[in-house]
Design a protein around this ligand. Structure first.
Ligand SMILES: *[C@@H]1O[C@H](CO)[C@@H](O)[C@H](O)[C@H]1NC(C)=O
Ligand SMILES: *[C@@H]1O[C@H](CO)[C@@H](O)[C@H](O)[C@H]1NC(C)=O
Ligand SMILES: *[C@@H]1O[C@H](CO)[C@@H](O)[C@H](O)[C@H]1NC(C)=O
Ligand SMILES: *[C@@H]1O[C@H](CO)[C@@H](O)[C@H](O)[C@H]1NC(C)=O
Ligand SMILES: *[C@@H]1O[C@H](CO)[C@@H](O)[C@H](O)[C@H]1NC(C)=O
Ligand SMILES: *[C@@H]1O[C@H](CO)[C@@H](O)[C@H](O)[C@H]1NC(C)=O
Ligand SMILES: *[C@@H]1O[C@H](CO)[C@@H](O)[C@H](O)[C@H]1NC(C)=O
Ligand SMILES: *[C@@H]1O[C@H](CO)[C@@H](O)[C@H](O)[C@H]1NC(C)=O
Length: 456
C-alpha cells in the first residue's frame, strides 16, 4: 500500500507536468535499459491492444528495489496494477484499448528488460530442464529442452513399413527457437542470483563450444545439442539454456570426470539417436575429439545395423497392423524399444564412482568394472588399453522391449532372482519386484548430475 500511495502521488505530479519525454514501447519488441539510458523514474507508453502482456525482467540491481506499475487508463488513476516480481521477473496481462503506461520507481542502478507482447515474447522460467548427455574430464554434452515434437502417422496394413536400421533423420524445423547455453562453475553461485535470462547471460560462460546443432534424440522433439570442451576436470558446474532471449531453462548441475578419465563421447548417430555418452573406445583421431556417425568405426556400426535389420525382418513376419499381439503395443513401438535396448547394450557407458562427499543417502549407481581386454556385452568394440568402469543399462530398457514385442521374438530379460543385477541397473526406476516407478530413485538420472543406470 505504501508504494501505491507513493505511486499515486507520483502520478499526479507526472500528470501535472505532462512529461513529454515518454519512451514508447513498440509491440513485441525486447527493450533493454540500464542506468545510463534512463531518467530517474522512467515512464514508458504502452501500445493499444485487446490483450497485452507487459513482461519485465531484472538483469542486475544496484542497492534499490525497483517497482513496476502498469496504468491502462490514462484518463484515470484507478486502473493501476503493480507487477509482482518473482526471482527477478514478472508480467501483467490486461486490456490497453486506450493505450497505457508503465512506470518504474526506485530504478537506481537497476538494468532491466521490458516487452509489451501480444504473443510468446514473455519472460519466463520454463519448467522443462536442459538435459545432460554426459561428461568426460574436460567435455560436456548438453541438450536444450525439446521443441517441435514428432507426430508421425503410424504405418498401416498391408503397407506396413518400419523405419530402416540406419534411421534417416528428418530435416530440422526451418525456424527453430534461438538457443544459447551458459555454463559456470557451481562455486560462482549462479543459481542463487536472479533467475532471469539477461542476468544469467551476463555471466561469463565456461568452456569452448566445439559444436552446436539440432538433434532429434527421441519423439519428444528436436533439441539444440552442444559439445563443450576445455572445462576443468573434477569440477562442479551449473548450466542454463536461454531460449529466444527471454526464456530461461535450468539450472542443471554436473561434475566433470577426474583428469585421467579415458573414455571419449559418442553422439549424433542416426541409428542410435539417443546414444550420447562416453563409451570405452580409443581416443578418436585428431582433429575429432568425440565420435559421431562420421568417424565411428564401421566395425562397430555394421554389426549393429545388421542386428537391427535382422530383427526388423523377423518382426515383419508378424502381420503387423492386421493382427494384434497386445492392446497397447505395435510393431512400431516394438522396433523402437528394441533399438533403444540394442543401443544401450552395444554401447557400454563409462562412469566413475560419485565423489565420496556426495550425499550419503543417495544410492550407489550400478557400476561395474569389466575384465580388461574383451568387452562381454559387445564383441565388436575394439579392445582398449585402459581400464574403466561402466554404469549398467537400466533393467527398464530391457523390460520395455520385452513388453513391447511379440513373444515369438524371444526377447527375455533376466529377473531380479536370477542375477539381473550383474548385467542391468535394477531397482532404481521401478521397484525390484517390478512395481512401476516404485524404485529407489524413480529415475535413471537427475538434475544434480547423478546417473544411477544408463537410460538409453
Ligand atoms: C505471468 O506471470 C505469472 C506468475 O505471476 C505466470 O503464472 C504466468 O504464466 C505469466 N504469464 C505469461 C504469459 O507468461
Ligand atoms: C485495464 O485492465 C483491467 C484488467 O485487465 C481491465 O479490467 C480494465 O477494463 C482495463 N481498463 C481499460 C481502460 O482498458
Ligand atoms: C508404403 O508406405 C511407404 C511409407 O509410408 C511409402 O513410401 C510407399 O510409397 C508405400 N507403398 C505403397 C505400395 O503404397
Ligand atoms: C547412415 O545414413 C547416413 C545418411 O543418412 C549416412 O551418412 C551414414 O553413413 C549411414 N551410416 C551407416 C553406418 O551406414
Ligand atoms: C547475451 O549476451 C550476448 C553478448 O554477450 C548478446 O549478444 C546476446 O544477445 C545476449 N543474449 C541474451 C538472451 O540476452
Ligand atoms: C542377419 O541375417 C543374415 C542373413 O540371414 C545373417 O547372415 C547374419 O549373420 C545375421 N546377422 C546377425 C548379426 O544376426
Ligand atoms: C561437488 O558437489 C558435491 C555436492 O553436490 C560436493 O559434495 C562435492 O564436494 C563438490 N565437488 C567439488 C570438486 O567441488
Ligand atoms: C580383444 O582381446 C581379446 C583377448 O584379450 C580377444 O579375444 C578379442 O578377440 C579382442 N577383440 C578385438 C575386437 O580385438
Amino acid at each position: 500500500m505504501h508504494t501505491l500511495s507513493r505511486f499515486l502521488w507520483y502520478l499526479i505530479h507526472a500528470t501535472l507536468a505532462r512529461v513529454s519525454a515518454q519512451e514508447s514501447l513498440t509491440l513485441n519488441t525486447l527493450y533493454s535499459f540500464s542506468e545510463a539510458s534512463l531518467s530517474s523514474d522512467p515512464t514508458f507508453s504502452l501500445p493499444q491492444a485487446q490483450q497485452l502482456t507487459v513482461s519485465v525482467a531484472i538483469c542486475s540491481t544496484g542497492t534499490t528495489s525497483p517497482a513496476f506499475f502498469v496504468n491502462n487508463n490514462t484518463a484515470s488513476t484507478t486502473d493501476i496494477f503493480e507487477i509482482q516480481l518473482y526471482s527477478g521477473f514478472g508480467n501483467w496481462t490486461g486490456t490497453t484499448q486506450q493505450g497505457g503506461s508503465l512506470v518504474v520507481q526506485n530504478v537506481g542502478q537497476t538494468s532491466f528488460q521490458v516487452v509489451a507482447s501480444t504473443g510468446a515474447l514473455v519472460h519466463e522460467l520454463i519448467p522443462a530442464l536442459p538435459f545432460l548427455g554426459d561428461t568426460t574430464n574436460t567435455q560436456a554434452l548438453i541438450y536444450s529442452p525439446p521443441f517441435s515434437p514428432i507426430e508421425s502417422s503410424p504405418p498401416t496394413y498391408p503397407n506396413y513399413t518400419l523405419p530402416p536400421a540406419n534411421l534417416s533423420i528428418p530435416s530440422p524445423p526451418s525456424s527453430p527457437p534461438a538457443f544459447s547455453l551458459v555454463i559456470a562453475p557451481t562455486s560462482s553461485g549462479l543459481a542463487s542470483g536472479m533467475q532471469t535470462a539477461c542476468s544469467i547471460n551476463s555471466t561469463f560462460s565456461s568452456g569452448l563450444v566445439v559444436s552446436n546443432d539440432l538433434w532429434l534424440r527421441n519423439n519428444d522433439g528436436w533439441r539444440s545439442q552442444w559439445l563443450i570442451d576445455d572445462l576443468t576436470p573434477s569440477t562442479n558446474y551449473t548450466a542454463y539454456v536461454i531460449q529466444d532471449q527471454v526464456k530461461l531453462s535450468g539450472p542443471i548441475y554436473f561434475t566433470t570426470k577426474s583428469p585421467s578419465f579415458p573414455c571419449p563421447l559418442v553422439h549424433s548417430l542416426p541409428f542410435c539417436p539417443s546414444t550420447s555418452y562416453s563409451v570405452p573406445l580409443p581416443f578418436p583421431q585428431s582433429p575429432a575429439s568425440s565420435y559421431d556417425s562420421s568417424n565411428l568405426p564401421q566395425s562397430i556400426s555394421d554389426p549393429l545395423l545388421q542386428y537391427m535389420t535382422n530383427f526388423t525382418t523377423m518382426l515383419l513376419t508378424f502381420a503387423c497392423g492386421r493382427d494384434l499381439y497386445s492392446p497397447l503395443q505395435t510393431c512400431e513401438s516394438c522396433q523402437e524399444a528394441y533399438r533403444a535396448w540394442l543401443c544401450s547394450v552395444s554401447f557400454p557407458r563409462c562412469a566413475e564412482p560419485p565423489s565420496s562427499s556426495s550425499s550419503p543417502s543417495s544410492p550407489m549407481p550400478a557400476l561395474t568394472t569389466p575384465r580388461s581386454g574383451s568387452n562381454p556385452r559387445n564383441p565388436f568394440l575394439p579392445n582398449v588399453s585402459y581400464s574403466y568402469q561402466t554404469v549398467l543399462p537400466c533393467l527398464e530398457v530391457c523390460s520395455a522391449a520385452d513388453r513391447a514385442c511379440p513373444t515369438f521374438l524371444g526377447m527375455k530379460c533376466p529377473t531380479t532372482r536370477f542375477n539381473a543385477a550383474s548385467s542391468y541397473g535394477v531397482g532404481f526406476i521401478d521397484e525390484k519386484q517390478g512395481v512401476l516407478g516404485g524404485g529407489s530413485t524413480g529415475t535413471a538420472q537427475d538434475r544434480w548430475g547423478n546417473v544411477w543406470c544408463n537410460p538409453s
